[in-house]
Write a protein that binds this ligand. Structure first.
Ligand code: IPM
Ligand code: MN
Length: 353
């Protein structure tokens, strides 16, 4: 097929991991006869520095004209410690999600057998954990009415029924494709918005009689993820809860550098690692490119290109098995591989596969 990508490397380690993700995309397209074209665009702190806007109109236009967006990461410490900054790199990411209507963020939490020892949790608790968190991405407190002055501030956790219905539908459908177990995570004992979520979910559940639907308060879900992550199959939740729970989920795996994500909705889908821009590691060739590379696998799978996705996953697993790993997950005494070397090894593996 013809595939046109918008490539948004962003800030920090973004450009380095993107280079590897893109190399993998090119290799797979060559191997399977797909016609790949791509164009770079700026976003985040990089775009603020260059044009004063973290998601410029031109970047948006390119995203809209592309089949998919490959996104790396945004963020820069010079903004984090300045509460008075008028524009922030993260606003670029939020604008992209909103303008592209990307209401469904799919974040798989999977473990790799050879990395179980890297998890802070006990082997028997994490081994085999495999669930998907579906995070609502364009509503809730992130986008509700906000106010701030020197004495008071608020963010509104606003949700409408259609917003809740469409994301729950994604949750039920994923559950149908997997082990038919959906956990709706909310805080319905306290929050009105959560009560709407629960009401809508209870109304929809009879349409999916094969799915076991359960409801869990977010505090309990946070605990359950650590005590018994294998309990979960598909979890669906609102924007803020999903943000927090997926960082927690990434720890189960042993490294944040391993988790990809897909954001889909009304317009062009975006594929991005769930980790941030890790500015301290910028240019050091130590960042793990696997989350970016696995995001490329999700991209192919989105277009139903299963073999293409599978070959990437196979290559990633092989690299881990053969200890071709970046420093944060390398075994003691293991050879040193950087971002580039891991990427190159994976590209080479795919070519020969
Ligand atoms: C994420 C990130 C973003 C979010 C930030 C960078 C705005 O933490 O994708 O999880 O909060 O959604
Ligand atoms: Mn987050």
């Amino acid at each position: 097929m013809k595939l046109k990508l918008a490539v948004l490397p962003g800030d920090g380690i973004g450009p380095e991991i993107m280079e590897q993700g893109l190399a993998v995309a090119k290799t797979v397209c060559e191997k399977y006869g797909h016609e790949l074209s791509y164009e770079y665009a700026i976003c985040g702190a990089d775009a603020i520095d260059k044009v004063g806007d973290p998601f410029p109109e031109e970047t948006f236009k390119l995203c809209m004209e592309s089949d998919a967006v490959l996104f790396a990461s945004v963020g820069d410490p010079k903004f984090d410690n300045n509460p008075n900054a008028k524009v922030r790199p993260e606003q670029g990411l939020l604008a992209m999600r909103k303008k592209l209507g990307l209401y469904a963020n799919v974040r798989p939490v999977t473990t790799f057998d050879c990395l179980i020892h890297k998890s802070p949790l006990k082997d028997e608790i994490v081994r085999g954990a495999d669930f998907i968190c579906i995070r609502e991405l364009t509503g809730g407190m992130y986008f509700g009415e906000k106010y701030q002055d020197d004495d008071k501030a608020y963010d509104t956790n606003y949700y409408t029924r259609p917003e809740v219905e469409r994301i729950l539908k994604v949750g039920f459908e994923y559950a149908m494709k997997r082990n038919k177990h959906l956990t709706v995570v909310d805080k319905a004992n306290v929050l009105a918005s959560s009560r709407l979520w629960r009401k809508v979910a209870q109304e929809m559940a009879p349409q999916y009689p094969e799915v076991t639907t359960d409801y869990m308060f977010v505090d309990n879900a946070a605990m359950r993820m650590i005590l018994d992550p294998k309990f979960f199959d598909v979890m669906v939740t609102e924007n803020t809860f999903g943000d927090i729970l997926t960082d927690e989920g990434s720890c189960i795996t042993g490294s944040m550098g391993l988790l990809p994500s897909a954001s889909t909705g009304e317009h062009t889908p975006v594929f991005e690692p769930i980790h941030g821009s890790w500015p301290q590691a910028k240019g050091l060739n130590i960042a793990n490119p696997l989350a970016q590379i696995l995001s490329v696998a999700m991209l192919f799978e989105y277009f139903d290109l299963k073999e293409e996705g599978a070959v990437i996953r196979e290559a990633v697993n092989a690299s881990l098995d053969q200890n071709v790993r970046t420093p944060e997950i390398q075994v003691e005494g293991g050879k040193k591989y950087g971002t580039k070397e891991v990427g190159a090894w994976i590209v080479d593996y795919i070519k020969k596969a």
